[in-house]
Design a protein around this ligand. Structure first.
Ligand code: ZN
Length: 280
């Protein structure tokens, strides 16, 4: 582990714990990738449409009120379908990162498919918004050595999908060379498991106060550990009134703790890279 960084990560001065508010802006792409037949099921697609139509504007309002910048992981097809919302995200100063092109999970056995998903996504961001995302989160969190190698080939700064740590670290590729920085996340701080309802996810939603308690308890301990809280949200879930209130109250709780740094994924990855450079 030649590129491993010593525990604990040294955050910037005055920081005890980093909080990355991240939004996977899937919109309809998730439902189309789950089942192409959903193209003819407007009632299912509408779950995703809500994220673009209501969720993103409401989330942007909350982030503006709270003066927090967040990271939105956007599939290429969502950017093509909802360019106005992506422009609003960029215009408000948030980070836009890569979340595949079609939202089909990257198959580690299909090099051309994984490469195409990354390259077509990059092409869309360049063509529509003249931006080049620094970070990537694979759809459905399907990570592989192939993805990491392709991310390095395309000079991505970071990946955010592995669930094996509570602080950023540098990937080591199979040949022993350094890969992208990892900003780990995991389901405890993911809105999907608490709030998704659909024909494919037929389960009772978890009440607001239960989610707030879980997220707050996790953050309090991560804070004590000096860790990174990567909160994974979806505009079609957290854009619902009750879930948005959960986020609002979670932010208020986080602000009761000393040294909490709300930052974009890119800012956190940059801080990690600076630390690596200092350690050399
Ligand atoms: Zn997604």
């Amino acid at each position: 582990m030649a590129y491993a960084v010593e525990w604990p990560v040294r955050w910037p001065a005055g920081v005890q714990c980093a909080v990355a508010l991240t939004f996977d802006f899937d919109a309809e792409s998730l439902w189309l990738a789950n089942d192409p037949a959903n193209a003819n099921r407007p009632g299912v697609l509408a779950l995703g449409t809500y994220g673009a139509k209501v969720g993103v504007p409401r989330i942007l309002d909350l982030l503006e009120t709270e003066e927090i910048r967040a990271t939105f992981f956007v599939p290429g097809t969502t950017a093509e379908t909802h360019p106005g919302e992506v422009e609003d995200i960029i215009g408000a100063g948030h980070e836009v990162a890569h979340h595949g092109y079609t939202h089909e999970p990257p198959d580690p056995d299909r090099h051309d498919m994984v490469a195409m998903e990354i390259e077509r996504g990059l092409e869309v961001f360049d063509r529509l918004f003249e931006i080049r995302p620094a970070g990537y989160r694979p759809p459905d969190g399907v990570s592989s050595a192939l993805s990491l190698e392709l991310l390095r080939e395309h000079a991505f700064l970071y990946n955010s999908s592995y669930k094996d740590d509570v602080v950023p670290y540098r990937h080591v590729l199979p040949d022993g060379s350094p890969g992208p920085i990892e900003l780990p996340e995991q389901p405890t701080l993911d809105d999907w498991v608490y709030g998704a309802r659909s024909p494919q996810h037929d389960r009772p939603p978890v009440p607001k106060h239960d989610v707030l308690e879980i997220w707050s308890d996790e953050l309090a301990e991560l804070h004590a550990w000096g860790g990174l809280a990567t909160v994974v949200m979806h505009p079609q879930i957290t854009g619902r009134p009750m879930r948005l209130a959960t986020l609002r109250d979670f932010i208020a709780f986080a602000r009761t703790l000393d040294g909490v740094w709300f930052a974009t994924c890119r800012e956190i990855a940059d801080a990690f890279a600076d630390q690596e450079a200092d350690a050399v």
